[in-house]
Each structure stands twice: as C-alpha cells, then as structure tokens.
Design a protein around this ligand. Sequence first.
Ligand SMILES: *Cc1c(COP(=O)(O)O)cnc(C)c1O
Length: 462
Amino acid sequence: MVDFKQLANLPSVDYLLKHPDLKERVKESPNVWKETIRHLLENIRNSFVSNELVNLPTEEEIIHMILNEKKDTDDFSLKRVINATGTIVHTNLGRSLLSSRVKEQLETSAFSYSNLEYNLEKGERGSRYQHLEKIIQKLTGAEDVVVVNNNAAAVMLALSTLIPNKEVVISRGELVEIGGSFRIPEVIELSGGMIKEVGTTNKTHLKDYEKVITEETGAIMKVHTSNYRVIGFTESPEITELAELAHSHDIPLINDLGSGLLIDMQQFGLPYEPTIKESLDQGCDVVMFSGDKLLGGPQVGVIVGKKEFIEPMKKNQLLRALRVDKLTLSALEATLSLYLEPEVAVQEIPTLQMISKSYEECLEEAKSFEEKLSSTKWPIQIKREAGKSQVGGGSYPEYQLSTELVGISSDDLSTTQLEEKLRKNDLPIITRVKNNCVWFDVRTIREGEMEEIMQQLTHIFQ
Ligand SMILES: *Cc1c(COP(=O)(O)O)cnc(C)c1O
C-alpha cells in the first residue's frame, strides 16, 4: 500500500529554491533551476506512487540529487578528450586538431563582421571563395578553387557539374569504399553520372580506358586508394598518360586525392604519397581533397583546378546546400597560410607535428611518464615498450610510426574497469587495451596533458 500522506512531506519547489545550499547558485539561472527541481520532484513522486520507491528521500538527499542533476545538464555533450590511442587522424575523436595559430583568425570571423561575400575594392557583392584563390594558387599552382563541406561533397559537386547524364570512366581497382559510408560508385550515381568500369581489380591498362571512350564519356576519374593498397601483381597507367588521353578527347581528368598533402612527407620517413601540386602538374584538370586529414585543417572538401571546370561548379545550385560557413573558411585560410613556410607548417599544425615526432622524442616522453608513475605509491604495475602508432583517417594504410608505449595494470581493478574509469572521467582519456594492460601512446598526448592524466589517475588510485 502506498502511504500517500507521506507525499505531503516532500519539500516544495519554492522552498528548495530558497534553500541555503542552493540559493546563491539559483540566482545565476533561476528558470533552469526551477525546472530541474520541478522535474526531479515529479520523478520522486511518480516513483513513490508506483511503489518503485518505498521511502521518500530526505531533504539532504534531495539537495544532493538536485546538484547532481544540474551538473549533468551543465556539462556539454561534445567535450574535450585526451587521445592516448596513438592514432593521429582519429575519425571518432575529431580527426585533425587545428593549429593554435588559427585561433585569432577564427575569432575575427566569429565575433566581427567581415568581407565574407563583399568585394572591398569595388564596394559590391563578392564571392566567399575569393579569399582562397591567391593562397591556393601559390601553394598548388591551381587556377581556381571552391570549398564544400567535406570531400564526399566535393566529389558530388564536381561530378554533378561536369558529367550529368554522362559516363565517367573509372578503374575497377578504384571503385572503393572510404571511411564510414563513402562509396565511390554510390556517390557517382547520386551525382547523376554513370559509371563505366574498366580493367580488373589489380590491373588496368591505358588501352582499357581508350577502348571505352565514346561520345557518352564525360570524364576520366582517378580515385586515390588512400585507405588500402593493392600490392604485388598490379598496374595502372601514369597520371600523365591518362591526362593525355582525356585531353585528346576533350574531356577532363578528375582526381579524388583524399588526403590533401601540400608538402612531401618522405622527408619524415613516410612512404611516397602524391601532393596536390604534383597531381595538377601531371595534368589533372580537377583535384579534390579533405581539409581535416593530412592537411590538418577544418573539415572541408577542397576542389582545385582549371577555371573552366571550377567556375561552373560555383554556379551549380547544389553548392548552395554544400557550402561552408565563415568559421570554416577562415580556419582553412589560416591553416593554408602556415604552409607558405613548410617548416612552420610542420611545427605548428598538430597533425604534421605528431606525424613528424621522432621515436626518440616519444621515448623521452614515455620515460618521463613512467618515472612519474613509479614515484607514486599506487597499487599498479608499470610497463614500457616499443610500439606502433597510426596516421589514421584512412591515410598511409600500410605504414606505422614507431613509438614508445606505457602500460598500467592494477591489482585493485581489472583492465576493463580501468579503461572504463579513464573513459568515463570528467576529462575522458581514451586508451588502448592489450595483454591485460591499459596502454598510453605518447605520440598523440598533447603538451600539458601528461599532468592531467596524472591528476585523473590520482583520483582513481589514491
Ligand atoms: C577520405 C576520402 C574521401 C572522403 O572524404 P571526407 O572528407 O571524409 O568526406 C573521399 N575520397 C578519398 C580518396 C578519401 O581518402
């Protein structure tokens, strides 16, 4: 039997709002507090009436519940985490981090009016893409540029502008799926083009392309197989040969490069990957790439190339739906400007910085972390060993960077429990679990974060 009379003892919303433990904080946002308290009391009442709750909570307990509830709603859902996984362009953790050198430019465009679509010279309407023309020309030699929401959108916009109702010739080895759900064949169909597959998965010859080109052909397309490799008995024609073939038939060669390299990463011991400038120099008419993979900028898809092909894209109605906002544009411009001095780019762009971090630097940082852990009296076992980090984001699929890992296990907690405690922290720390240890890869741990990790571990083990 429910003792309804007890409900009368529940404090009122007004009483709680004036409670000494809440009063001061209520002033900050009285409506939010009132709603939180009202909702909580209602839940208590309902649980009591339905017999889920046998005794009503005390006043002290109710205050505690209110404070907890408010803390949950105060926390943003999208929040900072520490990436200790060693995967640099981590798709689930936000891919690339912006350089702090981008901050000022971002603030300017966010909090002030700007010449986003205004030509200051002529005092008339301008284009939001004009801001990138000069810098893109300097960095890649491209005549023109347009920017959309991501690289998938870039492929859609390019194809829907250049080959509606026509065929696009593409090698069977390049009809790939990239990332979560980006499938080249499906995107081509969505954009209104028809696929003309040529060659086989491992080998496609120039003559395979040659044979299928007809009046119906709108373009030849190359897709950089950024997230996998066909190795061994393979062959595909050179870009220069494909460009020659396309141009002799008066059609463009489109290249979906994916990763968006502006500098040669071989200087850091990474395998060869084509840069954007190289692809254009080899004769590609349109090249597209992501802004938040190896470029280390905001999430965008950049389309560069010859004016005669880019200009019509700017007039495509689809662009209205795919266009980027001023914050993204200014972050991109500021990121690109760092590339004018390649050494600066490598130092200041987090993605490049983490890729170029040497094994020796990782070893130093791992040793220092190990020392800090050893100087505590926590019930833990510590391990340190050489390991591998990944570039991630579908870039450099078969290449791994040498790093040094620090592992922790504890007699008090299972590995799963420790991983979970770190992950569900106020400041979540994402780790790797392997061989009954929770591992920290120093490559992706940012400056100052080691201290924060130590603080969080103190809460767990002290
Ligand atoms: C990553 C990638 C895409 C998709 O780019 P998003 O920016 O994630 O939309 C398309 N093509 C290639 C070759 C890629 O590597």
